[in-house]
Ligand binder design. Structure first.
Ligand code: FES
Ligand SMILES: [Fe+2]
Length: 450
């Protein structure tokens, strides 16, 4: 990649081409739980912009610029009172829509307040995530994807800080080959449902442990196709080695994993047979980002408190900063690397991914990389990203910024991780997942798009 292209694809601050593209989409700006305290206000930085998110006296959300329009004081310490957000410097009061409601130090009867406005942005809350729209004009309608349509009880949301550019954070999630190496475990015992261990559980439709499949089939057959929402990625591992008893397998069964890239900066992957993770990668600035994960179950309701309990000890609040990171060597243990895991970085695969993407540098220098066949989806995404940025420069709509009726028709998408017949695998799994969605009680038919 040429240096100019790497700059063009990765920089998202105000006034940049990729920034103009990304601002055409709703962006996750906070988890709902971040506003649970005595003072429902946080000051997120999103795409290089300093913002304040708060609930006003009516419990309604406001998303506004952080600098006070009087003389620029920091509204992150503002007082939540009198139905709005009041600046501590001279007491100016702002409503959630940015109107100035009071300028108490000014002479009574003046009209300064009517001429002042604090920048404000559309905001909405869905299934534990608060979204803001920082772009021009009316915000687009969200597509009817599972993560937005699922009943709240079937969802859980979480986030984490990554100290690197958003694009490399996304790219690890559309790279099906790395799981055979980065997430390799040398033993198969102790398959567990617990956090960060989804690659340790037995794969759907078999008693073959996923650890064994990933370890022994390190050259998946990867395909990637463009879809209306992004990219559908298929990784096939035909089972022609030996089973857990050492008996030869004849290649009549294949492990199939179907994942997706979802525009602008998300991926959509299976956690287990019932649950998918839709994970977005929103820039804080060009050298750091947050991932926001929406867990969505097409089976029964999820145990949110338990899912949170499994994750909260891995981070420090209020930043959702992983406890293991660059500052402590990601917990690397050379003895573990010899005997237990490929990386020596423990069993939490989130730490593995974090090490991989942060190690690429704050913004990966893509002029020095050498891409292979296994990087097919990454190459496809970068091409689509470049096209999307160009489309916005031309005044056109980028992918997934859709007319309302098309947005309402986008379903799913369906993810998959399981073992089934090699012959006719696509028809087999289409039937299995269609039945599962029909029985879910809420998930709609996937339709041709998903
Ligand atoms: S700077 Fe905010 S009221 Fe003066
Ligand atoms: Fe990974």
């Amino acid at each position: 990649m040429r240096e100019e292209e790497n700059v063009r694809l990765t920089r998202t601050g105000p006034g940049t081409p990729a920034g103009a593209w990304m601002r055409r989409y709703w962006q996750p700006v906070a988890l709902s739980e971040e506003l649970d305290g005595v003072r429902p206000l946080v000051a997120p930085k999103v795409l290089g912009q300093d913002l304040v998110l708060f609930r006003d006296g009516d419990g309604e959300l406001g998303l506004v610029d952080r600098g006070c329009p009087h003389r620029g004081a920091d509204l992150a310490l503002g007082r939540l009172e009198d139905g709005g957000l009041r600046c501590c410097f001279h007491g100016w009061l702002f409503g959630r829509d940015g109107t100035c409601l009071d300028t108490p130090a000014e002479p009574a009867g003046g009209n300064l307040a009517a001429r002042v406005r604090l920048g404000s942005y559309p905001v909405r809350e869905i299934n534990g995530v608060i979204w803001g729209y920082l772009g021009p004009g009316e915000p687009p309608q969200l597509p009817a994807l599972d993560c937005f349509e699922a009943p709240a009880g079937h969802t859980f949301a979480w986030k984490g800080l990554l100290e690197c550019n958003w694009l490399q954070a996304l790219e690890v999630g559309i790279d099906p080959a790395h799981a055979s190496y980065l997430h390799r475990f040398f033993q198969d015992e102790d398959p567990s449902e617990s956090y960060g261990r989804q690659f340790r559980a037995a794969s759907r439709g078999t008693d073959l442990p996923m650890t064994k499949i990933l370890r022994e089939y390190g050259r998946p057959d990867i395909d990637a196709v463009r879809t209306p929402y992004g990219i559908r990625i298929t990784a096939l591992r035909t089972l022609d080695g030996t089973d857990t008893e050492g008996r030869p397998m004849d290649g009549s069964r294949t492990h199939v994993r179907v994942t997706h890239q979802v525009f602008p900066h998300g991926f959509h992957i299976p956690l287990d047979a019932d649950t998918a993770i839709t994970q977005w990668h929103v820039p804080i600035d060009d050298a750091s980002c947050y991932w926001y994960a929406q867990f969505t179950s097409v089976g029964g309701p999820v145990d949110r408190a338990e899912m949170r309990r499994q994750r909260v000890d891995a981070v420090t609040l209020p930043d959702y900063r992983p406890r293991f990171g660059r500052s402590n060597g990601y917990g690397y243990d050379p003895v573990e690397q010899l005997a237990t895991t490929y990386t020596g970085l423990g069993t939490d695969i989130n730490v593995h991914d974090q090490w991989a993407v942060e190690g690429q540098g704050a913004i990966q220098d893509r002029t020095r990389e050498h891409l292979g066949r296994s990087d097919k989806a990454i190459v496809m995404y970068r091409r689509m990203l470049g096209e999307a940025i160009t489309a916005v420069e031309r005044g056109e709509d980028p992918p997934l910024v859709l007319p309302a009726e098309r947005a309402a028709g986008l379903r799913g998408p369906v993810t998959l991780d399981g073992i089934g017949p090699t012959e006719g695998w696509a028809e087999h799994w289409t039937a299995v997942t269609a039945k599962q969605r029909a029985e879910s009680g809420w998930a709609q038919a996937a339709g041709t798009d998903g």
